[in-house]
Structure formats: C-alpha cells, structure tokens
Ligand binder design. Structure first.
Ligand code: PLP
Length: 504
C-alpha cells in the first residue's frame, strides 16, 4: 500500500476495511468438480422417470453451476458482504441521495406478520389494518407537506415526477390545452428533464442567478401561455433554499402554469416549512431519502405525490376512501384519473417503515432531524471552506457543494479526491454534480452522523487536500486499500460482468 509518511494515513484515522486478503484469483474461483453442499439419504421410494414427470422441461445435461461445499458458499457470500460499503459501516456523504441511517425499529414494525403478509388481493373488509397504516401515512405526509391530496403508488422519486407531471398534463387538458413546454433550472436533477420529455413536453432550460436560485427576470420572460409547469427542486441541488419561491409561484400562476416541486430534498424542510404554504401545486417525496427507508442496493423506493385539491380528480386509481362507518376501501370509480402507475398500491413495506420513522420521531423529533441535517452540512462547510473552493456563498441547507478548482490546479480532480476518500474508509461524496458547478464535490452528511464521525470525515478531507499539495500522485492513483484498484469506469458501465459463468 502506498502511504505518505507525514500525513495522517487511513490507518491512523482508524478506518481500515476488514478481511483484506491479497490473492484475488484464489478468493474468487472456488469451484471444483464433485463438491457438494448437501448429502441425501439413499432413495427409499420407487424411482420415477423424470422425463415422464417433466416432459420437455426435463434437462438431460445438468446445468453448469459452481460446485462448492457449504462452508465455502457461506464464506464466499459473507466475505463479499464485507467488501461493500454501507451506511451501517460509516458515513455515506453521497450528496442528493440523503443516505441516512435506517432505524431498526422500522424493520421490526415492517415484519409484523399481519402487515408483512397482507395480500394485495385480500378484500378491503379483511385488510382494515394495513389500510389504516396507509391512511395514517397519507395524513402524516399531507400534514408535513401542507398539501390536500396524495397517492403513494409511485415506486421512486423519478416515478413520482412522472406521475406528478401526468397530473399537470391532465389538469391542463381539462382546461382545454395540455400546453407545450416545461421549464427546468440548469441546477436540476437529471430525472426532471427526462420526466418532462417522457410526458410529451419540450424542456426549456432556465438559468440560475449568482446565488444559485431562479433568475426572476429570466423566468418572467420565459413563462407564457404554452408553459405547463416549472419543475423546481427546493432546496436546490446546491443545497440552497429558493427564497423567492412564493413570488415564483405567483409569476407562474399568473400565466396559468403550475409549480412542480421536486421534494427529494425535503430532509431540509420537514417540520420547518411546508411546500403547500409557499405556492407549490404538486410535488413528490422520496420516502427512501427523507423518511429513512433503505435505498440504493438496499431496498425498493417509494415516491408519493402530493397535490392541491384541484389536481385530486386526476390522481392514479385506486384512491383510499373512508365509508360513513369508518371502514376504508379502495375507490376505482374515478373517470378523470390518469390511471394506474403501478401494480396494486405501491411499495407497501416502505410505507410501514416510513410511518414507523415518522411516529417514532414525532413532530419535535422530525424538526430536530431537519435542524441536525442542516447543522451537520454547515459544520462541514465551515471546517473545509479554507481548503476547498465554495462557488456559491449562499447559506447551505442540508448539503454543501464545493468545487475542485484549487486541487485541479495541481492536476487533481473531484473524482480523484473521491477515490482517495475510499482509502480513508468513507463512501465518496457525489462527484461532478450538479453540473452548474464545474468539478463539484457534493457532500450531504444527513442528521445521522455524530460529531466524532463528522470530525473524522473532515480530518480525511483535510488530509487529502494536503496530499494534493505534497504528493498529488498518491491521490491521482487512489484507491490503494481496496480489493480492486481504479477501474475503467466506462468499460465497467458498458460491459459489466454481473454473474458467474463456467470456464470455457
Ligand atoms: C434522488 C433524486 C431524484 C430521483 O429519485 P429516485 O428515487 O432516485 O428516482 C430526483 N430529484 C432529486 C433532487 C433527487 O435528489
């Protein structure tokens, strides 16, 4: 391993990965003919001809599978699990993704038999428990967002955007003209323009001002009778709260256009400000970000869409309603609905986890969460702004975006610094996004991190900045402590090898 002698090394910062063994080939290719992970007793019933049982499905040559003993299989998968990085191992400052801790109480509640095993075809009358959970979550999310109606169907944030813009389109159609274009700021998440395009709209780019917010003059110029909506992320992807949001809504509404809010960054607002109160017409939430359900490789997403009352008739079917006697049922009889966007009712397991999180925290806990998330991001900002360039000086909310300007002068790019961070035991921050910041380092600690963990991260980032000055090659060739060194990322993305194949 390459280490600098003067600077604190990953080891001195106390973050070394477990189970590091050198011989890669030996660890991977373990199959050898004849090994088995089971032993069956001799047949004590009459043998049946498998061909007669299975017909054409009967395989005459056995499938080629790795041949291993049980302990080898167990060790293989257990070892692989330790080669990955997870929020359960340490800070995961992947900006925009809100990689917060997934509290274990959520998992306990989601495994309650009556909820976990509720079958989606169970008649409403026999599913009142799970319907109550869904209803309560809906009411909590409406309270948090200040909106009037909601669907939990969408399976992720991008899917929520799609659903939300379908509502916008259906509403404009009901007014006689679906309109032609959607405005999107240049700081937006890539899913926003993709959503607008897939819903049949032309995307028109809106320039940000020097503070990273919407340029009101440009907006006024660009909104017209053909504008269906503005899709706005608030706080934006550079972690800046759009302080002119109410005025922006007015400008749009004056031309009959709607305001869509990408609510993926609600971790900075929950308990503090409600989109419904500042002019937003429709928005999505990411339960897998703000409300602590596992994501990334860890679980399915959920992207509820909340809207104002005038968009309610267009919500996907079915919609949960309450009878006079208090019983709940799904209503499919909604002639103006945009239709289904997903099978059944959405990712129900995520609803249970999100509700558990909301109830476990309560209003004061959720507000504290927001304050801590913002405090943590600003702490990192303060502790690193002397070494890393801060392109936007506007106050940070839940994340802070630096640029690699100073390090790039030494030939070291944001991607190199991120790779070096792996050697220090941290998951990289988000690299080169948002695009309005050249060479961006986008850092989102979330509220989950303790002062001690934040200080370790800051020490690592400061140490790397020093390495860039003294031994830039060390950073440019990182990571040095991982199983594989720097990959050809283009090849890895274009020609991924995702499964075992028998040797030719
Ligand atoms: C994460 C994110 C999305 C997309 O959410 P997915 O669940 O990954 O589809 C959209 N917009 C912003 C600002 C995000 O951070």
């Amino acid at each position: 391993m390459v280490t600098s002698t003067e600077n604190p090394s990953p080891q001195t910062l106390g973050k070394v990965r477990p189970h590091q063994t050198q011989n890669e080939a030996l660890l991977f290719e373990k199959s050898s003919p004849g090994k088995r992970a089971y032993k069956l007793p001799p047949l004590d019933v009459p043998a049946v001809d498998p061909a007669a049982l299975l017909g054409a499905a009967h395989r005459t040559t056995p499938g080629e599978l790795p041949e291993l003993s049980e302990i080898e299989i167990i060790r293989h998968f257990t070892r692989l699990s330790t080669w990955n990085y997870a929020i359960d191992l340490g800070m995961y400052p992947l900006g925009s993704c809100t990689m917060k801790y997934n509290p274990r109480v959520n998992e306990l509640v989601a495994r309650i038999e009556g909820l976990a095993e509720a079958h989606p075809y169970r008649p409403d009358a026999l599913a009142q428990g799970i319907l109550e959970v869904i209803d309560l979550l809906q009411r909590c999310l409406l309270e948090i967002t200040g909106m009037d109606a909601i669907t939990l169907q969408p399976a992720a944030g991008a899917h929520g955007e799609f659903t939300g813009i379908l509502l916008v389109r259906a509403w404009h159609e009901s007014q006689g003209n679906p309109r032609r274009k959607v405005l999107i700021p240049d700081s937006a998440h890539g899913t926003n323009p993709a959503t607008a395009a897939i819903c049949g709209y032309t995307v028109e780019n809106l320039k940000s001002n020097a503070e990273g917010g919407i340029d009101l003059e440009a907006l006024t110029r660009q909104v017209d009778e053909e504008t269906a909506a503005l899709m706005l992320t608030n706080p934006s992807t550079i972690g800046v709260f759009e302080s002119q949001i109410a005025r922006i809504a007015e400008i749009l509404h004056a031309k009959g256009a709607l305001l869509y809010m990408d609510g993926a960054n609600m971790n900075a607002l929950v308990g503090k400000a409600r989109p419904g109160d500042f002019g937003v017409d429709v928005m999505h939430l990411n339960l897998h970000k703000t409300f602590s359900t596992p994501h990334g490789g860890g679980g399915p997403g959920s992207g509820p869409v909340a809207c104002k009352a005038y968009l309610e008739p267009f919500l996907p079917i079915p919609v949960l309603v309450q009878n006079e006697d208090g019983a709940k049922h799904w209503n499919y009889d909604r002639p103006q609905s945009v239709g289904r966007v997903r099978a059944f009712y959405g990712n129900t397991g995520m609803f249970i986890r999100a509700l558990a999180y909301i109830l476990a925290n309560g209003p004061d806990g959720l507000r504290q969460t927001t304050e801590d998330a913002v405090l943590n991001a600003n702490y990192i900002r303060k502790k690193l702004e002397d070494l890393y360039e801060l392109p936007y000086k506007t106050a940070s909310m839940h994340e802070v975006v630096f640029s690699d300007k100073r390090q790039a002068a030494k030939g070291v790019k944001t991607g190199d610094i991120a790779k070096r961070l792996i050697d220090y035991g941290f998951h990289p921050y988000t690299v080169s996004f948002p695009m309005i910041v050249h060479g961006a380092l986008m850092i989102e600690p979330t509220e989950s991190e303790s002062l001690e963990e934040l200080d370790l991260f800051i020490a690592a980032m400061r140490s790397i900045a020093k390495e860039v000055e003294e031994t830039p090659e060390l950073v440019k060739t990182a990571p040095h402590s991982t199983r594989v060194s720097r990959l050809d990322e283009v090849q890895a993305a274009r020609k991924p090898i995702l499964r075992w194949r028998p040797a030719e």
